[in-house]
Design a protein around this ligand. Sequence first.
Ligand code: UDP
Ligand code: MG
Length: 332
Amino acid sequence: MPQATNIYDTTGTVMDRTRPVIALVVPCYNEQEVLPSTAATLGKLLDTMLAEELISDKSFVMFVNDGSHDNTWQIITALHAGDKRFKALSLAHNRGQQAAMLAGLMTVREMSDAAITIDADMQDSPDAAIEMVRKFKDGADIVYGVRASRASDSWFKRSSARAFYSMQQHMGLETIYDHSEFRLMGRKSLDILAQYGESNLYLRGIMTNIGLRTDIVTYDRAPRTAGVTKYTIGKLLTVSIDGITSFTAQPMRLIFSVGSFLLIADIIVAIWVLVSHFQGRAISGWSSLMLSIWFLGSLVLIALGIIGEYIGKIYVEVKHRPRYNISEKLID
Ligand code: UDP
Ligand code: MG
């Protein structure tokens, strides 16, 4: 495969694929237990890639403190003082992993050729990051880290993840199976990501929406190096609901379908009610009440479905997503 080098990105600046500047973006929420060892691992990762002449010596780590309540920021500050490759930003309060990653990505966009998002607990394999950089050098713009197995997860997490992926698929949302947030994004895809104006952000969904050249790297997800998961059931649920509602108005369409189905079911109910009525089995008033409840119920649902269809359209409009994404330009 020919080496794809010096491709113009969408803003017209040169993106270097021979010795790219790589930014490792690490969202951190109350991660004081893992940070010292994580910083050592990531520092070593940069050293290794540099020694193999894969990356530029300007490559760095970008920690994003997501409004932690423990000593996370103090530890990051100390790391930065000791080694300027450890850069950081701090969010004023806890906004969740998605927002923290986005803050990091938008900050490193101007400073790097590609960014790799990686969890602070080192569950995602640093070796796989090297593979990602290789795929980027081969021309991929987005490289997904995909888990080879879910052996390190609890039964609950495994089955809820399965249910989540298949529900998303049914709702028509395109995602990569068993890919979490461990991925490489080249500058081109970061520039495109910057144009998505929505505040209900679900990165995994947007990735497949960007449409540039992608590749995958499979890896074994390790258990957390220390500390506990920062995802409460509530947080998981919020991300799942955001994932669906920020990409599709399908649930509202469901209302319309249920209404239409009930309208057809009305015919059967009507026959049953009328038969009961004429056989004299119905007490007075029951027949008319039954008929109107069923009929009006289905009409109300259909009406809600129609309104939902318009709200769905408004929803798509207010998000101000880019209408097209440019992948190459030949204008010089
Ligand atoms: N995280 C964050 N903000 C939050 C929750 C989590 O930045 O509100 C970060 C966390 O520090 C970690 C990553 O997101 O780097 C993944 O979180 P965790 O490892 O707790 O999730 P799990 O691996 O259990 O799904
Ligand atoms: Mg984790």
